[in-house]
Design a protein around this ligand. Structure first.
Ligand SMILES: C[S@@+](CC[C@H](N)C(=O)[O-])C[C@H]1O[C@@H](n2cnc3c(N)ncnc32)[C@H](O)[C@@H]1O
Length: 273
C-alpha cells in the first residue's frame, strides 16, 4: 500500500454512497486497482468503511457550504487534499488551494484540467501546491501559502491526514493554520481518539496496514485525544461529533448499532479566536 492509494480508496468510498457523501464527482477517480483493495479492506477490516467515509465527507460538505454561503465565498485551503472534490459542488465564488505530495498534486491537476476542458467538471478557481508536511518547516509552509490566499474568509480542512503524521509535524501544521487564519475563520479536522486503539476493528486496520506496507511510504498511526484538539493555540472548539452519531442523521438505514464495532473517527470544527 502506498500513501496515494489511501486517497483513491477514500474517494471511491464516497462514490459508493453519493447520496450520503454529496460528492457527485468522486466516481471520476474510480479504477480497478482501487476496487480490488477496497474489496479486501471491507472484508478483512470493516464492512462499514465506505459509508463512514461518505458520512465524514457529508459533515464537512455541510459545514463548508454553510460557511461559504454565509460569507458570500472565501477560500478553502485543503491540507492533504487527495482526490477530494468539494469545490465543484460549491458555488464559484469559492477559491480552493489544494495541498498534497507532489505525485498526487500533479496527477490531480492534470486530470481536473482535462475534465474541466471536456465539460465533465465545472470551472473553478483552484491553485495547486506540492508540499510534503514532513519535509518543510512551519515558516516555509506559511511563506508558500500566504500569497495564495486572495479571498477571505478561509476554511482550512485537514481530513484523513493526521493519522499518517507524527505529533511534531501535527504541531507544526497547527502552528501554520494559526499563522494563516484570521479571527472567525474555521478549521475542520478529523482524528481517531486514543480509546479507539483498544477496539478489535482498529487492531484489524493496523494489521492491514502493517501487512500491506510499502517501505518507501510513511504509515504512522497517530491518534489524538480530545484534550489536544480543545487546546490548539489560537482556536476554540465550535463543534465536535463522530461518525457514529452522524450515521443516525445521514445514514439511518445502515443501523450501525455499536460505536465500538466501527472505525469511528471524530470530527472537529475549530474557530480562530
Ligand atoms: C486518506 S487520504 C485523504 C485525502 C482527502 N483529504 C480525503 O479525505 O479524501 C490522505 C492524504 O494525505 C496526504 N498526505 C499524507 N502524508 C502527507 C505529507 N507528509 N505531506 C503531504 N500530504 C500528505 C496523502 O498524500 C493523501 O492524499
Amino acid at each position: 500500500m502506498k500513501i496515494h492509494e489511501t486517497a483513491f480508496i477514500v474517494s471511491t468510498y464516497r462514490s459508493h454512497y453519493k447520496e450520503v457523501s454529496k460528492d457527485c464527482y468522486a466516481q471520476l477517480w474510480n479504477n480497478s486497482d482501487t476496487d480490488a483493495l477496497i474489496a479486501d479492506i471491507l472484508k478483512s477490516v470493516s464492512a462499514h468503511e465506505a459509508i463512514l467515509h461518505s458520512i465524514r465527507n457529508r459533515f464537512f460538505y455541510e459545514k463548508m457550504n454553510a460557511f461559504f454561503g454565509k460569507n458570500n465565498g472565501g477560500t478553502l485551503i485543503n491540507f492533504g487534499s487527495g482526490f477530494s472534490m468539494y469545490q465543484f459542488s460549491f458555488s464559484n465564488n469559492v477559491s480552493t488551494i489544494e495541498i498534497d505530495k507532489k505525485g498526487i498534486i500533479s496527477y490531480k491537476k492534470e486530470k481536473v484540467d482535462h475534465w474541466i476542458k471536456t465539460g465533465e467538471l465545472p470551472h473553478r478557481d483552484i491553485q495547486y501546491t506540492a508540499i510534503d508536511f514532513n519535509a518543510n518547516t512551519a515558516a516555509e509552509i506559511v511563506v508558500m501559502l500566504q500569497p495564495m490566499i486572495t479571498k477571505q474568509p478561509t476554511f482550512i480542512l485537514i481530513e484523513g491526514v493526521l493519522f499518517f503524521l507524527n505529533r511534531e509535524i501535527t504541531n507544526t501544521l497547527f502552528s501554520v493554520f494559526n499563522q494563516l487564519q484570521k479571527s472567525r475563520d474555521l478549521l475542520g479536522a478529523v482524528t481517531y481518539l486514543p480509546e479507539v486503539e483498544q477496539t478489535p476493528v482498529y487492531k484489524r486496520l493496523l494489521h492491514y496496514f502493517d501487512s500491506n506496507n510499502d517501505t518507501n511510504d510513511s504509515f504512522l498511526h497517530q491518534t489524538l485525544p480530545n484534550s489536544y484538539l480543545s487546546k490548539v493555540k489560537g482556536y476554540k472548539v465550535k463543534e465536535n461529533t463522530d461518525e457514529f452519531e452522524l450515521s443516525k442523521i445521514y445514514a439511518p438505514k445502515h443501523k450501525i448499532r455499536n460505536k465500538l464495532d466501527i472505525l469511528n473517527e471524530t470530527m472537529y470544527i475549530l474557530e480562530k479566536t
